[in-house]
Write a protein that binds this ligand. Sequence first.
Ligand code: HEC
Ligand code: HEC
Ligand code: HEC
Ligand code: HEC
Ligand code: HEC
Ligand code: HEC
Length: 431
Amino acid sequence: MNIPFREDSKFCSFFPRSKSFLAIFVAILLSTCSLTWAQDSTAAAGAGAATAAGGGDAAKGETIFKNNCAQCHAVSDERVVGPGLKGATTRNNIAWLTKWVRNSQAVIASGDPYGVKIYNEYSKAQMTSFPNLSEDDIKGIFAYVDNAASAPAPAAAAVGGTSAAGAAQSSGPSDLFMIVLVALVVVMLLVLGVLVVIVTILSKAVTGEGEGAAKGDFMTRFGASLKRIAGDPAIRSATVWIFVLLVIKATLDGAYSVGVQQGYAPKQPISFSHKLHAGEYKIDCNYCHTGVNRGKSAHIPSANICMNCHGVIKKESPEIQKIYTSIENNTPIEWVRVHNLPDLAYFNHSQHVNVAGLDCENCHGDIAKMEVVQQRSSLTMGWCIDCHRKTDVNTKDNKYYDKLVQLHASDSKQALKVADIGGLECSKCHY
Ligand code: HEC
Ligand code: HEC
Ligand code: HEC
Ligand code: HEC
Ligand code: HEC
Ligand code: HEC
């Protein structure tokens, strides 16, 4: 009967819905674009500053640096195990640095004056060789080092500094990234507003209802459309969508850094100093951490081990008295654990220290210089895998590997890597 009315209502109920679908689509598109823009622009900002060091990829360099170099080098001029890398690119050119990083021993053996000098200066400590880093990787590292070194102090502290606050600074999206993001959201909203104004004007032109409004002056019309925009369900849903997408993005970023505690250095119940005991008095790590050569855990020494010396040394010190109290009350000293893998991962010290012949420093940094122990490596899965990919198995004087080495040599010219003996298999590290 009432056909025109029904058609009209159908049209009306369909139109706003299709409009809101359109708006949601546009919103998703724009926010995805903006996220990529934002990332690109931060990367570009990094790369822009990096061109000084030969155009290396500083973002990639940062990852490589943190996984391989941070335990021994700071990006500032602070001395860790090796020298602070600030200004390394002015001391030597990139060709020298590439040779050095790939095999510093070869550079020293060739009689290179700077190499020999620094080797002696650091009491002939051997730097790990990284034969598998490409030229671009190394350029990237130094691009990152130059960036970080020229940035204000907090950035340097996040990598090699001794403050626990460094951990907080190294995680989470950068400030620049957030600013760019917010700016983009504002721009996006403006663009959307304009789009909707156009859509409303067009749809009015089609339905012809805009004639009355056209009589008012421009400002009233503008005000009226703004009001309509604010009330428009399409705009509202678009705004909600953008918001939701940003929250998801922030959560994902956050999730990747959950549990990563690089830089963690909690205060201990007794101010025990590795710098004093392992550094100045040169007490062997093994003397206290008796498990490193024998088993999975390195072990934290019991109070009895402390008493071997402190039964006579510095008995009157209040800090030493805490050891006595612990023994008298038969309550263990409650050291705060620094390094801690989640239960799902299996890590064995003797495999790495005894079998592979790695130094503690490779993973823990220079403990013998730390007043308070700090976690220097990230301890992420990527960190383990990265090392397994590029470290040669220590096959010397190990009959267990003889046959494997022969087999490997018959189909590859590369040295036997941990990856080749199953170091990348999930079940080796996961229960
Ligand atoms: C196990 C500790 C250790 C690791 C890991 C390490 N280095 Fe070194 N590095 C040293 C030591 C020690 C020296 C001082 C020279 C020597 O004793 O051989 C040094 C020296 C250097 C120098 C010369 C410094 C100068 O005065 O300009 C550069 C450059 C360098 N390292 C870069 C790197 C890079 C890049 C990485 C990571 C890919 C890295 N190192 C990883 C210990 C390390
Ligand atoms: C005199 C005994 C003693 C010696 C020697 C010693 N440590 Fe320790 N170490 C401790 C004690 C006690 C703790 C626990 C308190 C702390 O974290 O400072 C500890 C903690 C640690 C931790 C952190 C453990 C955690 O909670 O994750 C590491 C890593 C470590 N030591 C490595 C070393 C290395 C490497 C050396 C040799 C250079 C060494 N230690 C020498 C007594 C010692
Ligand atoms: C091999 C001997 C030895 C062992 C084992 C040892 N210490 Fe010491 N410790 C020393 C010496 C030496 C000093 C320096 C004393 C001085 O300054 O006169 C010292 C100093 C200290 C101090 C500083 C005291 C002060 O007030 O200046 C603390 C705290 C301390 N040790 C804690 C420990 C703890 C905890 C353990 C066990 C995990 C331990 N030590 C194991 C030799 C040892
Ligand atoms: C290949 C890397 C690597 C090397 C080399 C290494 N560690 Fe560790 N260390 C770790 C990891 C990873 C953990 C955390 C283990 C966990 O949570 O199960 C750890 C934990 C520790 C702890 C805390 C207690 C424990 O066993 O969980 C101490 C102490 C320690 N290491 C001392 C040493 C000493 C001393 C050496 C040298 C003799 C050494 N580490 C060599 C990676 C390494
Ligand atoms: C500094 C380099 C380095 C790091 C970092 C490292 N590993 Fe290893 N890992 C080795 C080497 C070298 C071997 C080979 C030891 C051997 O000869 O059996 C090895 C062997 C292993 C093996 C035995 C593999 C096999 O096939 O027998 C396991 C399991 C393992 N690592 C777990 C881990 C875990 C988990 C981590 C991180 C928390 C880690 N590793 C970090 C160097 C490293
Ligand atoms: C060399 C040792 C190693 C190997 C090989 C390895 N993982 Fe891991 N994985 C770890 C360590 C260590 C962690 C914990 C580190 C962390 O929390 O970041 C981990 C964490 C994980 C997690 C949990 C991530 C999280 O956020 O809690 C998953 C899932 C995982 N690994 C899957 C795998 C799979 C699948 C493989 C085989 C393709 C594999 N892993 C091989 C060492 C290893």
